[in-house]
Design a protein around this ligand. Structure first.
Ligand code: ATP
Ligand code: MG
Length: 418
């Protein structure tokens, strides 16, 4: 029986992988322009890290995590918790009071696989730790907008404020009262969670719950003066940087750690999987995870699968890898032997060279060179070996030139040709 990949786990093959590389290169370039440094984190962490940060009664922790129950460790479902764990563990606040970090890698959630929704998926995640400034919120969103613009993807930005521990309790009570009176129409999950965490109900995707919360009180009207000022400065920042946005008073995000600014970049082109990137502030989280007091933070994560899908479907990008600078065709035992060493020597001089090791015919190797899109071809048979010389053919023009069969002079001739 053939063994296939697990459901929701996907191979990324040559042909598509070039699009991923393009997205990652563009993102890395923008992240460094915005003064971010890379951090690489492990895929496995203690289960408790996610339970404590994301929240026990969120979808992620309740039903989506891949956990080794006997070891109490979990495949990370998102990056923020791990990044904060590393930040605290290595005392990064002491090294730099405001840390700007990004990380790229796979995440794991046991969800129903669909277009743009996998069980192993990939995020590019950026976090700023140690700043409460609303200008940082606006700058982060502006960075996201710049990335999507440079990639040629059209998205819209939606934003909300979730308040802080001062103003949220009163809003929570008002929301709870509202929900209590209409509890019967809610789905099972929402009914169960409504008393412990009524904000989760706002995040439910089921139509019945959506309709019901439509009339719910808005958190934006319940913000305390500090949160109000913070949020309006975020909006001023966005306006100054020319970033369009829309307020969405029901966006609460599916993770418990958020406060104040939350946001999502949304697309209309991926059906139900509308969020291409999402994030927000989490000012109390560092302390909650045992880190230094008063360490505010904000960040967001971009879903690579969804970005790549959009690039493939909207713009029909196919990125072909460039062909080799040279394809060496070795014919016969002697030709093959000389080619083998010469190719290695050229590669050590940083030239991209391909060859065939299967002893195929001249015709078949010519075909391979064409298919690979080789810029030059060099044929080495018995005669060429005897003379230590051969004909370097430039494929596009068809021009041929006699060359010495040694790496240094070939490099010189090819550099002149290219
Ligand atoms: P959704 O509402 O689509 O489930 P989410 O709120 O669970 O998204 P976050 O946890 O905020 O998403 O993760 C940030 C981004 O990661 C999402 O906006 C999305 O682009 C991507 N993402 C999340 N879950 C998946 C998944 N299972 N497969 C592919 N991408 C995902
Ligand atoms: Mg989700």
């Amino acid at each position: 029986m053939k063994i296939k990949a697990l459901k929701g786990f996907k191979d990324i093959l040559p042909g598509e992988v070039e699009v991923w590389q393009k997205v990652e290169t563009t993102a890395r370039n923008i992240f460094s322009r915005f003064d971010f440094s890379e951090i690489r984190l492990p895929v496995l962490e203690k289960t408790e890290l996610f339970a404590r940060s994301i929240g026990e009664d969120t979808d992620i922790v309740e039903k989506e995590m891949y956990t080794f129950v006997d070891k109490q460790i979990t495949m990370r479902p998102e990056a923020t918790a791990s990044l904060l764990r590393a930040y605290i563990e290595h005392g990064l606040k002491v090294k730099k009071p405001v840390q700007r970090l990004f990380t790229i890698g796979p995440m794991f959630r046991h969800e129903r696989p669909q277009k743009g929704r996998l069980r192993q998926f990939h995020q590019m995640d950026v976090e700023v730790l140690g700043s409460e400034s609303p200008l940082v919120d606006a700058e982060l969103m502006a960075m996201g907008a710049m990335l999507f613009k440079e990639l040629g993807i059209s998205v819209s930005l939606e934003m909300n404020s979730l308040g802080c521990p001062l103003c949220r309790p009163a809003y929570r009570r008002a929301l709870l009262d509202f929900i209590e009176s209409r509890k019967d129409g809610l789905c099972d999950d929402c009914r169960r969670r409504s008393s412990t965490n009524p904000l989760r109900v706002l995040d439910c995707k089921k139509t019945a719950c959506r309709e019901l919360v439509d009339q719910a009180p808005s958190i934006l009207e319940a913000l305390c003066p500090d949160c109000k000022t913070h949020f309006s400065t975020v909006q001023d920042g966005l306006k100054q940087l020319g970033v369009q946005y829309r307020l969405n008073k029901f966006m609460v995000r599916g993770l418990d750690y958020y406060c104040r600014t939350t946001f999502e970049f949304i697309t209309k082109d991926l059906g139900a999987q509308a969020a291409v990137a999402a994030g927000g502030r989490y000012d109390g989280l560092v302390e909650k995870l045992g880190g230094p007091k008063n360490t505010p933070g904000i960040g967001f994560a971009m879903g690579l699968e969804r970005i790549v899908l959009l690039l493939l479907q909207e713009k029909k990008v196919t990125i072909e890898r460039n062909g080799p600078d040279l394809f060496v065709i070795g014919l016969g035992d002697k030709g093959l032997e000389l080619s083998y060493g010469l190719v290695h020597d050229l590669r050590s001089r940083k030239i991209y060279v391909a060859m065939d090791h299967e002893g195929k015919s001249l015709k078949s190797q010519m075909k391979q060179a064409n298919k690979a899109g080789a810029v030059h071809v060099l044929i080495i048979g018995d005669d060429e070996v005897d003379r230590s010389r051969g004909n370097l053919k430039e494929m596009e023009s068809g021009q041929q030139q006699e060359v010495k069969l040694e790496a240094a002079s070939l490099v010189e001739v090819m550099n002149l040709n290219m």
